[in-house]
Ligand binder design. Structure first.
Ligand SMILES: NCc1[nH]cc(CCC(=O)O)c1CC(=O)O
Length: 314
């Protein structure tokens, strides 16, 4: 094992997108590997990969369509061994990976909550009737319209920096961002207030970083085992099984959050009509080992209540 560790002459190649958040997550992964194996920074090489999702900036992603817009190029480079591991935000990852790749290493989860971000206002309730809010997330959009049908919601694409710039330019009065991303980038001075999960259920896997690898790379498997967070894995097992049983993409307004309570795991799932006119929730609790089965049954119950066409645009 020890003689197989990466060295400055033969570094472990970490693939990532180039956004500031993606880079912060790649550096966090590197930092944890350095600490676990007492390695110098030079034993790692961070390789920035531009994906089609990064390239297409002028259209809403739901119009572009296609699978794995932000992952295809990264996964191809891993399969051809240009990189050894890839670091991802788990909430952006499809529930299934291409043949030959595994995504089963997770770092300890950050704050799962969404934040209300506004230069002037403190809370959601401070938004005046008909106020303009920016978001590109179908889930946040539907959740907001469900509570506040009066709000004017405008498309807010791009990375966190782009969205904060639009906000500063007055394109909208407020936006919503994951606390995890703000924390990981050290954006402590951005005016934001966390929204409790009972008020806005986060996306499945929000706040979790996942590390992907080639299934046959045993050297990397051994290394990643040292930094894997078991509890995050158990929570994501429930949440991602729930998502997979409903819809593996991120094209539907779905929220889901699992929490460990002693030796049991609790899950709440939520689905919304895209226009926010209806929101259905369900929850359950099970032994931790049955997390995925529970996720699937919560999804099945919601699907039965929703009926045909629930996710269609009206
Ligand atoms: N879809 C973009 C995305 N993917 C992951 C995060 C934040 C970090 C996380 O939730 O793990 C963000 C930005 C945001 O929602 O504010």
């Amino acid at each position: 094992m020890t003689q197989n560790l990466p060295t400055p002459a033969s570094p472990l190649k970490i693939g990532t997108r180039g956004s500031p958040l993606a880079l912060a997550q790649a550096y966090e992964t590197r930092r944890r590997l350095m600490a676990a194996f007492d390695l110098p920074e030079q034993a790692f090489e961070v390789v920035v990969i531009t994906t089609s999702g990064d390239r297409i900036q002028d259209r809403p992603l739901k119009e572009v369509g296609g699978k794995g817009l932000f992952t295809k190029e990264i996964e191809e480079d891993m399969l051809s061994a240009k990189i050894d591991i890839a670091v991802h935000s788990m909430k952006d990852m499809p529930v299934e990976q291409p043949e030959g790749l595994l995504l089963d290493t997770y770092l300890p989860r950050e704050d799962v909550r969404d934040a209300f971000v506004s230069p002037k206002l403190k809370r959601l309730a401070d938004l005046a009737e008909g106020a303009t809010v920016g978001t590109s997330s179908l889930r946040r959009r539907a959740q907001l319209l469900n509570k506040r049908p009066d709000l004017n919601i405008v498309e807010f694409r791009g990375n966190v920096q782009t969205r904060l710039k639009k906000l500063a330019d007055g394109v909208a009065e407020a936006t919503f961002l994951a606390m995890a991303g703000l924390n990981r980038m050290g954006y402590d001075d951005v005016a934001r207030s966390p929204i409790e999960v009972g008020e806005m259920l986060p996306a499945v896997a929000q706040g979790a970083i996942g590390i992907e690898r080639r299934a046959d790379d045993m050297r990397v498997a051994d290394m990643l085992a040292a930094i894997h967070d078991v509890e995050t894995g158990q929570r994501l097992a429930a949440e991602r099984a729930f998502l997979a049983a409903l819809d593996g993409s991120c094209q539907t307004p779905i929220g889901g959050l699992a929490v460990l309570e002693g030796d049991t795991i609790w899950l709440r799932g939520e689905i919304l009509r895209p226009d926010g006119s209806e929101c259905l929730t369900d929850e359950d609790r099970s032994p931790i080992k049955d997390a995925a089965d529970m996720g699937r049954s919560v999804a099945e119950r919601l699907r039965a209540r929703a009926g045909e066409g629930f996710f269609d645009w009206t």
